[in-house]
Structures are given as structure tokens and as C-alpha cells.
Design a binder for this molecule. Structure first.
Ligand SMILES: [Zn+2]
Length: 316
């Protein structure tokens, strides 16, 4: 069992080093209100404790991401008053680092070639993981070298999910645990087209940058045990996690990039940054009154305990 509760209670706490937080936007479009909220919370968490903030563009999907979107995101962050201390290299430039990590994982765990497709996985009569995807079948993992030699085309690379329960304490949602074998199954590290997956890239990047706080949307909560397992295998110190509630409309529907009226390009036409941050802070429970406030003002009185744990309703 990996128990990552209070991973920084040891070395870092005694050295009393300030935390290192990060923004990790995907530059595939204009920043959305939900991304702005996650960035605000990451910034408040780090800055209120005198910490540093790193910016990193998560542009593994090179077809959808662009430098133009990346620059717009930087500009939107500046407009919101969410400053950062340094920007680490974007993920599309980090293939060599991910390859090195993959080689380490091959030496330390069972990383095997996989030719399964989404279609073939759906045909297998297998149990399903917590998020609904079919658990990868052991028959693929147990192929002999001779059988593998006969397979056509480049494989994806998967990591065997051991019968291991990973638990940690999320700063918002409390204790969370998952058995990797039954709750998730063998997971892909590198796709057949050569692209590394988010799970590996985020661990390598945050680990190398010395990130100690990961603040992100709660849609990523269920991927955290996989990432903690990768941290352990790679010998990198794991961060603490806060998964913040999602923004929803009045009917409980999650707001997303489809809601174009909630991107910063549109919102900035009718609101000041203080209006937007004040509204987010009030709706999420950080302040009691609906009033304009700057990110800097909020940092002075920020407490994680005030954040609501339920979905945050954004409705006019
Ligand atoms: Zn497979």
C-alpha cells in the first residue's frame, strides 16, 4: 500500500520551505471560467503561504494546441492578476525527458507493448474501472515474445497495474483510495502514435520542477492514485493535492469550453478582473459578500477551509 498522506510532513516541513504551486493550462483555446477558477485557487494556495508559482503549457496534443492560445492564456492570467515566477518548458518539447522516464519505468516495473484498440477493448467481456472504461485484459500483458513479434504496427506502452491500494488525503475532499488493479487496470504511458500521455508527463514535469502543491479540477481526482504510483516508481517526491469543485450551471450541468460565453475573451468585454474574481470568490464560499476583490486582496485572508465542497453554481 502506498500511503501518501502528508507526503511533505517530513523533509520539506522541517526545512520550512515555501510551497511551489503551478498553473498547467492546455493552450487549445481561450481560457475558460473553470480554468480561471482552478488557477485562482492554485495561486491563492501558494501565494498566501509565501510560495512560488510555475506556469507550464500542457500541449501534448500538438494538433489542438498553439502558441497563439498559449500567449492568450498568459495575457488572461496577467489580466486576472495571477502572477507566476517562471515558466517551465512546454510539454511538446519534453519528449526526451518522458522517454528517459519511460526507460526507468521499464526497468522498475512491468511496462509492456500493447496493440489493443479502443474497439477491441470494448469487445472484451471485462470488468469496468471506476470511471467506466473497460479494464485492460491480462491476456495482452501475458503474450509471449514470439506472439509479440508477430504483431503488426507500433504498439502503445502500458504499465501493469499491481494489486496495490494507493491512498492519499485530498486537501478538499479528504481521504481517497483506489486499488490500481481493480479500480483502474493497466494504463497507457505512451500511445501507439508515439505521444506520451498526460499521466506520465504531468508527473515528470511537476516532479522535476519541484512542485509541492497541485491544485486542479476535481474531474482529475480519480487519476491521482495512478500519478502517485508513478511518483513512487520514478523516485520523485509527490506533491500535496487539492481538487477543487467544478463550476456548474443552475441545472447541475458542468460548464465547459462549449459554453463560449464563459471564456475570458467574452467575459473581459463586460467585466473587470476584480468583478470576476469577486464573483468566483463569493460563489465558492471564500468571501461572504458579493463584491469586487483582487486576487492580491484575497490572498491576505485565504483559508482552504472556507471553500465549498459542492459544485459551484455559476448562474446569472
Ligand atoms: Zn493491450
Amino acid at each position: 500500500m502506498i500511503d501518501s498522506e502528508s507526503p511533505h510532513a517530513g523533509a520539506r516541513a522541517t526545512e520550512a520551505r515555501p510551497p511551489v504551486g503551478r498553473f498547467a493550462p492546455t493552450p487549445s483555446g481561450r481560457m475558460h471560467l473553470g480554468n480561471a477558477f482552478a488557477c485562482l485557487m492554485a495561486w491563492l494556495s501558494a501565494r498566501s503561504a509565501g510560495g512560488e508559482v510555475i506556469l507550464r503549457m500542457e500541449d501534448l496534443d500538438t494538433l489542438r494546441c498553439s502558441d497563439l492560445h498559449a500567449e492568450q492564456i498568459r495575457e488572461d492570467l496577467r489580466w486576472l492578476g495571477l502572477t507566476w515566477d517562471r515558466e517551465t518548458p512546454p510539454q511538446r518539447t519534453r519528449t526526451a525527458a518522458y522517454e528517459e522516464a519511460l526507460e526507468k519505468l521499464k526497468a522498475r516495473a512491468n511496462v509492456f507493448p500493447c496493440w489493443c484498440t479502443r474497439g477491441s477493448l470494448n469487445l472484451v467481456n471485462a470488468p469496468h474501472a471506476s470511471d467506466g472504461h473497460p479494464i485492460h485484459p491480462a491476456s495482452c500483458r501475458l503474450r509471449s515474445p514470439e506472439e509479440r513479434a508477430k504483431m503488426k504496427g507500433p504498439p502503445a506502452w502500458r504499465l501493469e497495474a499491481p494489486d496495490l491500494t494507493v491512498s492519499f488525503r485530498d486537501g478538499v475532499f479528504g481521504p481517497y483510495a483506489e486499488n490500481l488493479k481493480t479500480g483502474c487496470g493497466d494504463f497507457v504511458l505512451r500511445r501507439a502514435d508515439g505521444v506520451f500521455v498526460y499521466q506520465l508527463a504531468v508527473v515528470v514535469d511537476d516532479g522535476e520542477a519541484g512542485v509541492t502543491q497541485v491544485v486542479r479540477g476535481c474531474d482529475l481526482l480519480s487519476s491521482t492514485p495512478r500519478q502517485l504510483y508513478l511518483y513512487k516508481l520514478l523516485g520523485l517526491p509527490a506533491p500535496d493535492y487539492w481538487h477543487v469543485p467544478m463550476l456548474t450551471d443552475g441545472e447541475g450541468r458542468k460548464l465547459s469550453k462549449r459554453d463560449a460565453d464563459l471564456d475570458l475573451g467574452v467575459l473581459r468585454q463586460s467585466r473587470r478582473a476584480e468583478d470576476l474574481i469577486g464573483e468566483l470568490a463569493w460563489r465558492s464560499g471564500l468571501i461572504d459578500r458579493r463584491e469586487p476583490v483582487s486576487a492580491r486582496e484575497l490572498a491576505g485572508e485565504f483559508h482552504w477551509e472556507r471553500l465549498k465542497k459542492a459544485d459551484i453554481v455559476w448562474a446569472s
